[in-house]
Design a protein around this ligand. Structure first.
Ligand SMILES: [Zn+2]
Length: 245
């Protein structure tokens, strides 16, 4: 079953428009020399990726994560749970105010195998309403819990023209018990442009991961919100210039 899932995960992005289904970004989507002019002293190669954080917002970890993202001028995408967004609306507001993006991760994070298509789509709709009430904006990105969808759920989302966002890089921070584990993972990580990295802000290790990855030895890692990877290449502003100012 796992092999079939892997096959589907790899095959769909090659035949479906990225507006509907994203597992990673195009490696050459961002110009690699976007910010050459102001960062000449940094000899590391620039690698553009997407940090994505699921299962928040969390009252303790999310503010610290936002602090470290701000410190390194990284922009990320938060796939939030509707119930938690309703509980901590100020964190949703802060996420948006600081230039990050919000995605829909269902209302309760219900177990995919035990959630009907109808309930799943209802949870998506309820979360849309909560997020729209807080931010005043419609949310387009959806990440299903555990990345699992059946055909009915997938088609239900596509009927709404939603972008389903999965990932290609997973440190499994939710299984870690110690900071040394995430530090080791970051040291061994060989980043590729276009990587979508899955982390969790209801656990503490994403905070250290952003710190470690931003200080990566071999590469200067710049994270962009997921929607930036869907935009036309020609439309990109040179945001990374700010990071060097
Ligand atoms: Zn989740």
């Amino acid at each position: 079953m796992n092999i079939i899932r892997q096959f589907v995960k790899k095959t769909i992005p090659t035949v479906i428009p990225r507006k509907l289904y994203l597992v990673h970004g195009d490696a050459d989507h961002f110009d690699s020399d976007t910010d050459v002019g102001c960062c000449k002293t940094d000899s590391r190669s620039l690698i553009n990726i997407a940090f994505t954080f699921d299962d928040g917002p969390h009252p303790e970890h999310t503010p610290l994560l936002l602090d470290v993202l701000q410190k390194y001028q990284q922009q990320a995408t938060f796939f939030v749970i509707g119930e938690k967004a309703r509980q901590y609306p100020h964190l949703i507001e802060r996420i948006v105010q600081e230039g990050h993006e919000i995605g829909n991760h269902t209302l309760t994070h219900s177990e995919p195998a035990q959630t009907s298509t109808r309930s799943f789509l209802k949870e998506i709709q309820q979360t849309d309403e909560i997020l729209e009430q807080i931010t005043g904006k419609q949310v387009n990105l959806v990440r299903p819990p555990k990345g699992k969808l059946n055909l009915g759920k997938l088609l239900g989302l596509w009927r709404q023209q939603r972008t389903v966002v999965l990932w290609d890089t997973d440190p499994r921070d939710y299984l870690m018990n110690d900071h040394s584990e995430i530090i080791n993972w970051c040291h061994n990580y060989q980043p590729d442009s276009g990587n979508f990295c899955l982390m969790h802000d209801n656990h503490p290790y994403a905070i250290e991961a952003v710190h470690q990855l931003s200080e990566h030895q071999q590469a200067r890692i710049q994270s962009h919100p997921v929607s930036r990877w869907i935009e036309n290449k020609a439309l990109q502003p040179t945001r990374t210039q700010q990071a060097c100012a």
